[in-house]
Design a protein. Structure first.
Lengths: 151, 203
């Protein structure tokens, strides 16, 4: 049985998302750290972000080097994520439909995994920019009927 | 903020401050020094502390023995004193004499921020205490895990076998009381270990 991890303070949490966005870590490390961050998401974010698989399966994908498949699990609702190659075929574009922000957030990368991470971090940092670091106004949105949304 | 605890050896300042607090319809409790305060150790309200008494009380705050928001005041404080107090967990630093309007604003702000700040300090103190129980190798493993390392990459980084990493990792998790790797990372972040990591060592 999976144990629920307590929340991290939002300011610390967003600092680590920013670190992933800056691509300071190798892709495997970024994905693993992103999964850890989802486990300890601040409470106001929990209705809208989560890892779409359990830690063991996610870790197995990383061990197998299937970073693209692992990255897809960072987006809670599979239908919210679309992937397509760029027009010249050298890059991948990822788009996450964020219901809280009511818009599509995009990211690009050389692989599906890097594109998803780009869109994922952009989406979370856009939520921070929109609702503030303490996410208090997001709490109000969540209690106003959007608790079922997933980005 | 209904209870304001004043710790100050200067009787005249204590009396002045008590009167100002009364005018703001709050209740002031006065203490001669840190030891008198710790004998009673109240669990409700806000601490207003003269700078002379601040270091001992801030230490107790960071140990988790005091659970009240703390504001320091002093006559002609220098910048280093202010920075040190705030970095040690003081919510604010006021210059004596404190104008009534300033006191009202500060108390209002303390009510809004105090509880949250104290909760943060408590979480950070608890995390630091748990991390301090780790051996140097267990701490190394936690640092590498903090940056998303796997057993294999941690083993390469520390020049030990993956099996040895597993053993250190198991001991580290047990000592931290962590329910998962993510939980261990959360404790490391609260303990401030992210500031200790050498980016050059990153894979």
């Amino acid at each position: 049985m999976a144990h629920e991890v307590g929340p991290l303070d939002a300011s610390l949490w967003f600092c680590r998302v920013e670190m992933i966005a800056r691509r300071e870590l190798a892709i495997e490390n970024s994905l693993r750290h992103a999964a850890h961050l989802l486990q300890m998401a601040p409470l106001p974010l929990r209705p809208i972000v989560r890892l779409a698989t359990d830690e063991d399966r996610f870790e197995a994908l990383l061990d197998a080097g299937d970073f693209d498949a692992a990255a897809r699990h960072l987006v809670a609702q599979p239908t919210a994520l679309t992937l397509e190659p760029s027009s010249d075929g050298t890059q991948v574009a990822a788009a996450i439909s964020c219901v809280v922000l009511k818009r599509v957030i995009t990211g690009v990368g050389e692989t599906e995994a890097t594109a998803i991470l780009d869109a994922w971090t952009t989406c979370l940092l856009a939520i921070k920019a929109r609702f503030g670091e303490d996410l208090e106004t997001l709490c109000a949105v969540n209690t106003d009927g959007m608790t079922k949304t997933r980005h | 903020m209904s209870f304001i605890h004043i710790v100050d050896q200067d009787t005249r300042r204590r009396a002045t401050l008590s009167r100002k607090i009364l005018e703001l319809r709050s209740h002031a409790e006065i203490y001669e020094d840190c030891s008198e305060f710790t004998q009673r150790l109240p669990h409700e309200g806000l601490l207003l502390v003269a700078n002379d008494e601040a270091p001992s009380l801030l230490e107790l705050l960071n140990e988790g023995s005091i659970e009240l928001p703390l504001i320091v005041y002093a006559e002609h404080p220098d910048m280093s004193e202010v920075v040190e107090a705030v970095q040690s967990g003081a919510l604010d630093f006021l210059e004596w004499p404190i104008a009534q309007e300033r006191l009202r604003d500060v108390l209002q702000r303390a009510e809004e921020l105090g509880t949250r700040k104290i909760a943060q300090i408590r979480k950070r103190t608890a995390a630091r205490n748990r991390v301090s129980a780790l051996s140097p190798r267990e701490r190394d493993v936690l640092l590498a895990l903090l940056d998303g390392g796997s057993n294999k990459t941690i083993a390469e980084q520390l020049a030990i076998s993956p099996r040895t990493v597993e053993i250190h990792r198991g001991n580290m998790m047990r000592k931290l009381g962590a329910v998962s790797s993510g939980d261990a990372v959360r404790i490391a972040l609260y303990a401030g270990l992210d500031a200790d990591y050498d980016p050059k060592a990153r894979p």
